[in-house]
Design a protein around this ligand. Structure first.
Ligand code: NAI
Length: 301
C-alpha cells in the first residue's frame, strides 16, 4: 500500500479531507469508506434526520467489521469523530474531494453540484455517484467541468468492490487518474466506462429487475422467482435486490433507461405502482416487494 501510495503521489494528489452531499443509503456508505480510510469528512444533507440515518449506516458498517475482529472500538470512535454532519457547506473550503449522492434527479443534482463547487477550493475534485444520469449534462452547469467526473459506488458500499468511473466530455485525464488512484487506495476495483445512460452495470441490471416485475404482473410468485435465481447462482433474487437498491432509486433509473432506449426498456407498471402510488421504497422504508419487520422478512401481499 505504501509503495502504491508513493507511486501515485508523483502524478496525483490524494485526498485527506472529503465531503459527501446526501446522507442516504449511499452517502452514509461513502462517508463510512472515507472515514475508515483516515479522511476527515463533511456529511451534508437538507435534513438532520437524514444525517442521523447516514451516521447509522456508518456505525452499521463499522459494527460488521468489529464482529469479524477487523477493527477496535477505539478506531471506530476515532473514525466516527472524523465525520461532521451539517445542513450547509461549512468546512467545504478545506475539502480535497467531494462526492454528491443526492436523489437521482438531474435538476437537483445540478443545483447541488453548483453550490458545492462554489464552496470548494479551486483545486478540489468533484464527483457524482449518479446511477444513470449524464455526467456531461451535470458538468454543463459547472465552472470547472474538467475537475468533475462520475464515481459510481454500488450498494452496500462496504461489500461491493466495483466502482464505475465516468468521464464526462470535458473531464480531463488528471481527474480520471485521480479518481482511479483513490478507488485503488480505498480497496475498490475501478472501471472507466462511457457516459451513457445506466453506464455499464445498471444498463444490464435494470432490465433484469424490470423483467422480474413483468413476470410478477403475469402471475409469478415473488419468493419462487428469487429462489430460482438464487439457485441459479445469483447472490440474491431480483425482488430482494430491488428492495435492497430501493424501489425509488430503481424506478428512477429505469425511467432514465426508458427515456433513452424506448420500448425495449419500458418500465413495468408494478414498479411505478409501488413507487408512486403505494410509496413503498424497499428495505429502507420497511416495505417493498417484501416486508421487513423485526428482522423477519415476509412477502408483501
Ligand atoms: P437516498 O434516498 O437513500 O438518499 C438521498 C439523500 O439525499 C437523502 O438523505 C436526501 O435527504 C438527500 N438530499 C435530497 N436533496 C438534497 C439536496 N438538495 N442537498 C443535500 N441532500 C439532499 O438515496 P441513495 O440510494 O443513497 O441514492 C443516492 C444517489 O446514489 C442517487 O443518485 C442514486 O441513483 C445513486 N446510487 C444508488 C444506489 C442504490 O443502490 N441505492 C447504488 C449506486 C448509486
Amino acid at each position: 500500500k505504501r509503495q502504491q501510495r508513493e507511486a501515485y503521489s508523483d502524478v496525483v494528489t490524494l485526498p485527506k479531507t472529503g465531503a459527501v452531499i446526501g446522507a442516504g443509503v449511499m452517502g452514509g456508505g461513502i462517508a463510512w469508506l472515507m472515514s475508515s480510510k483516515g479522511l476527515s469528512v463533511r456529511l451534508k444533507d437538507i435534513q438532520w434526520q437524514s444525517i442521523e440515518l447516514g451516521y447509522q449506516k456508518v456505525v452499521e458498517y463499522f459494527n460488521q467489521l468489529k464482529k469479524r475482529g477487523k477493527v477496535k472500538q477505539g478506531e471506530i470512535d476515532a473514525a466516527i469523530n472524523r465525520i461532521g454532519g451539517s445542513l450547509d457547506y461549512s468546512g467545504f473550503n478545506r475539502v480535497d474531494m467531494a462526492i454528491e449522492a443526492v436523489v437521482e434527479v438531474i435538476d437537483v443534482k445540478q443545483k447541488v453540484l453548483q453550490e458545492a463547487e462554489a464552496a470548494l477550493p479551486e483545486t478540489s475534485l468533484l464527483c457524482t455517484n449518479t446511477s444513470a444520469l449524464s455526467v456531461t449534462e451535470m458538468a454543463s452547469v459547472l465552472k470547472r467541468p474538467e475537475q468533475f467526473c462520475g464515481i459510481h459506488f454500488f450498494n452496500p458500499v462496504n461489500r461491493m468492490p466495483l466502482v464505475e468511473v465516468i468521464k464526462g466530455q470535458q473531464t480531463n485525464s488528471q481527474t480520471i487518474a485521480q479518481a482511479i488512484s483513490v478507488c485503488h487506495l480505498w480497496g475498490k476495483v475501478p472501471v472507466v466506462v462511457k457516459d451513457s445512460p445506466g453506464f455499464l452495470v445498471n444498463r444490464i441490471l435494470l432490465p433484469y429487475l424490470n423483467e422480474a416485475a413483468y413476470l410478477l404482473e403475469e402471475g409469478a410468485d415473488i419468493e419462487k422467482v428469487d429462489q430460482v435465481m438464487t439457485d441459479f447462482g445469483m447472490p440474491m433474487g431480483p425482488f430482494q435486490l430491488a428492495d435492497q437498491v430501493g424501489i425509488d432509486v430503481g424506478y428512477k433509473v429505469a425511467k432514465i433507461l426508458e427515456a433513452s432506449f424506448g420500448e425495449r426498456m419500458q418500465v413495468a407498471p408494478v414498479l411505478e405502482h409501488l413507487y408512486a402510488k403505494l410509496k413503498l421504497l424497499g428495505k429502507k422504508s420497511g416495505r417493498g416487494f417484501y416486508r421487513y419487520q423485526d428482522q423477519e422478512v415476509q412477502v408483501n401481499e
